[in-house]
Design a protein around this ligand. Structure first.
Ligand SMILES: NC(=O)C1=CN([C@@H]2O[C@H](COP(=O)(O)OP(=O)(O)OC[C@H]3O[C@@H](n4cnc5c(N)ncnc54)[C@H](OP(=O)(O)O)[C@@H]3O)[C@@H](O)[C@H]2O)C=CC1
Ligand SMILES: O=CC(=O)O
Length: 292
């Protein structure tokens, strides 16, 4: 595959583009805060001054941006993707957004002759660094096939889910489930502690039973310490809960557990915890400031 463009060098985009560089891809990067490109340049990347400049240079461009507003802005605003997209150009948006946002981007790109694939990912900072993401792609099948060498570097498994929107929906369903689990886990840790049990023993018990999972195993010890270094920022998890609840509205699916979890994430944001890891929702229970 030719040179890859990469837009968005946050926690995920930085790890993913670094991975592409270390596997021998040529990468041209752009980030809204341009100084975040410097570390990538030290590892061999080239800088594109604007999203449009990256599209102009590269046949394939990947985006990894925070939310729907960011994904739309990078495509539609001045110096954006649309200014240079056209026949022979391919755009892969790996940000977590809702199906409507993805469809708007897809329509704009394909109406100018470009190809579009949405490909949100499951997995966090460490899986991104290790090339162990799960890729949830939908859109142009030919672009999916062409992108597989890239996806094989970034992830451990790729799914092609059909029409645009299906990748976004799958990602929101997964993160809605994950966010609810994180809240139940937080309550469990606090309940163990307040009722006189050792929370570490709770982690050991959970890890041996039917609900053992990598998230509890990885996040539990630091949650007990009250430490939440950001791997998956809480503000993004709350965005995913909000978008998943809207998907529930559209489909008349009652989701009382997810709705309560969303409230807890909102509470955590109001406590100034939005930039910490999403496991910091634990503080809404642990600090006694929760809404319960
Ligand atoms: N972290 C994780 O564990 C995972 C995250 N995701 C999803 O991946 C996406 C990226 O997440 P992550 O890397 O953690 O997020 P970060 O907050 O670390 O990075 C966000 C990126 O979006 C850019 N950005 C934000 N607003 C705008 C805007 N208006 N215009 C242009 N660029 C903008 C930021 O640029 P700047 O540097 O200038 O602020 C930055 O490059 C999100 O959709 C998230 O939900 C998916 C799986 C796992
Ligand atoms: O979106 C977050 C993740 O861990 O997946």
């Amino acid at each position: 595959m030719e040179e890859i463009g990469f837009l968005g060098l946050g926690i995920m985009g930085k790890a993913m583009s670094m991975n592409l560089l270390s596997h021998g891809f040529k990468v041209t990067v752009w980030n809204r805060t341009l100084s975040r490109c410097d570390e990538l340049v030290e590892h061999g990347a080239t800088i594109g001054e604007t999203p449009a400049a990256v599209i102009k240079k590269c046949k394939y461009t990947i985006a990894m941006l925070s939310d729907p507003a960011a994904a739309l802005s990078v495509v539609f605003d001045k110096d954006g993707v649309l200014e240079q997209i056209g026949t022979g150009k391919n755009y892969i948006d790996m940000s977590t957004v809702d199906a409507e946002t993805s469809s708007k981007i897809s329509e704009a790109i394909t109406s100018k002759g470009g190809c579009f694939l949405e490909a949100p990912v499951s997995g966090s900072k460490k899986p991104a660094e290790d090339g162990q993401l799960v890729i949830l792609a939908a859109g142009e099948r030919a672009l999916y096939d062409a992108a597989l060498p890239v996806f094989d570097v970034l992830g451990k498994k790729s799914f092609f889910l059909g029409q645009v929107g299906n990748g976004a929906k799958m990602k929101l369903v997964v993160n809605m489930t994950m966010g609810s689990m994180m809240n139940a886990f937080s309550e469990g840790i606090v309940l163990a502690d307040k009722s006189g049990l050792n929370p570490q023993t709770l982690l050991d018990v959970l890890d041996l039973g039917a609900i053992a999972n990598p998230m509890f195993k990885m996040k539990g010890p630091s949650m007990i310490q009250g430490s939440y270094p950001p791997a998956f920022p809480l503000k993004h998890q709350q965005k995913d809960m909000r978008l998943a609840l809207a998907l529930g509205d559209e489909n008349s699916v009652a989701m009382p557990v997810a709705a309560a979890s969303n409230e807890a994430f909102k509470k955590a944001r109001s406590m100034g915890l939005g930039d910490l890891d999403f496991s910091a929702v634990h503080e809404t229970v642990a600090s006694g400031k929760g809404s319960s």
